[in-house]
Design a protein around this ligand. Structure first.
Ligand SMILES: C[S@@+](CC[C@H](N)C(=O)[O-])C[C@H]1O[C@@H](n2cnc3c(N)ncnc32)[C@H](O)[C@@H]1O
Length: 392
């Protein structure tokens, strides 16, 4: 990752030099407890942070993990420009050695979870595949149904990268790849937008059923996201998963499902081929969505409305993680921008997929930086807890 080692300058000098370049450097936030500062950057319409780590004989300017832009070339340029603007004496740098080729994850077919906050769906129809693995099935479906947008959601990053490569090689334009936990992803989608959700050969997790993709919440979110006439399609080789799915789906207040045993599909994944060689039974459970659902997306308000900077904030923030039933809140670090503006680094939300964000707080307002948390139930519950903790 790009970084530059420079001759250290004092905190005051850093702030005074930054002020002369306010179009590029929005603020400098000094850590209250650690020898580091965060530099708020606005470069090519992207807001993000760089880290400036102090040491006796050298300091380092580098990317910041949570807000890092996906385009490596943009990040590299920004670090170079900031180092020039701040007049740093550069001791060493890996910037010139950085590959110019954009990583696969800068592809327009790769979507970050935050993109779904206000994404526009322009395709006529939408289908989702959960845990696409090698991607054989989603690639086949996308070729057969060019009018449909296929959203593939996969938790395993190398598999997501492999599918992005195949999309490029095969010249497909109707697949989006999301590298995230499918159990939380559905919460980001509007109601009634989808015609099919495929869950093929989910990990059985027989010893830890709570980790299964399919669960009560996933099922009800799937029914909300599916349009009337849509289907949730489970295909599994696991007897236990099959029985568990029947039980889970049966808990819905109203439901209709269809079962097939050892029904061949036109495309076989590597995983399925293995079970076929072992003559294992394969079950298809199709759950039908017969009714439209209400749109409940606007219920989540991530503003801090009447919250203002409070001089005792440092003493007031709990040092320990605050753990609630299905979510947690942890204030990690506090940074001071000026005497009454603070930047807080926090982690919160679900245990399975925590959200990491900064919060800027001053005498006029309080907001998430650089963007709002994703609209999930657990993030919203955690947001309400953060508000209470900040109110003191
Ligand atoms: C057994 S493989 C099956 C892959 C593919 N569907 C097939 O039929 O060959 C299960 C896949 O689900 C992915 N997965 C597991 N849990 C997930 C989750 N919570 N969200 C998204 N993907 C998940 C795994 O990374 C893995 O690629």
């Amino acid at each position: 990752m790009p970084h530059i080692k420079v001759m250290p300058i004092s905190k005051e000098e850093l702030v005074s030099r930054a002020k002369k370049h306010s179009e590029l450097i929005e603020f400098i936030a000094h850590s209250v407890n650690y020898p580091e500062a965060l530099i708020g950057i606005n470069y090519q319409n992207e807001q993000f942070l760089l880290v400036y780590k102090y040491a006796d004989n050298e300091a380092m300017l580098k990317y910041e993990k949570i807000t890092r832009p996906l385009k490596l070339s943009l990040l590299k340029e920004a670090i170079g420009n900031v180092a020039n603007a701040l007049g740093f004496d550069v001791l060493s740098s890996n910037i010139v050695n950085i590959r110019h080729k954009e990583p696969l994850f800068a592809s327009k077919y790769f979507k970050k979870i935050e993109d779904f906050i206000d994404i526009k769906f322009e395709h006529k129809e939408i289908a989702i595949e959960v845990g696409f693995g090698s991607g054989r099935h989603i690639l086949y479906q996308a070729k057969q149904n060019p009018q449909t947008l296929f959203i593939g959601i996969e938790i395993h990053t190398p598999s997501a990268g492999q599918l992005l490569k195949q999309i490029e090689i095969q010249g497909l334009e109707n697949i989006w790849v999301v590298n995230y936990d499918a159990r939380l992803f559905l919460e980001m989608l509007p109601s009634n937008i989808c015609k099919q959700i495929f869950v093929h050969f989910p990990v059985p997790w027989d010893k830890k059923p709570s980790r299964r993709v399919i669960g009560d919440e996933f099922t009800s979110e799937a029914m909300r996201v599916l349009d009337a006439g849509g289907t949730l399609e489970l295909r599994t080789d696991s007897d236990l998963y099959y029985e568990y799915a029947l039980q889970t789906f049966s808990k819905l207040p109203k439901m209709r499902m269809h079962i097939n045993k050892n029904h061949a599909l036109p495309i076989i994944s590597k995983y399925e081929a293995r079970w076929q060689r072992q003559s294992k039974d394969i079950y298809d459970v199709t759950l039908f969505c017969d009714e439209k659902s209400d749109d409940k997306r606007d219920e989540f308000d991530f503003s801090f409305s009447d919250l203002r900077y409070n001089i005792n904030i440092n003493e007031q923030l709990p040092q320990e993680s605050q753990v609630f039933d299905e979510y947690f809140v942890h204030f990690e670090r506090l940074y001071e921008i000026d005497k009454d503006t603070f930047l807080m680094k926090c982690a919160f939300g679900s245990f399975a997929r925590p959200e990491h964000k900064y919060i800027i707080m001053n005498t006029n307002n309080c907001r998430y930086y650089p963007s709002l948390p994703i609209r999930s139930n657990s993030n919203f519950k955690a947001h309400k807890a953060i508000k209470e903790l900040l109110h003191g």
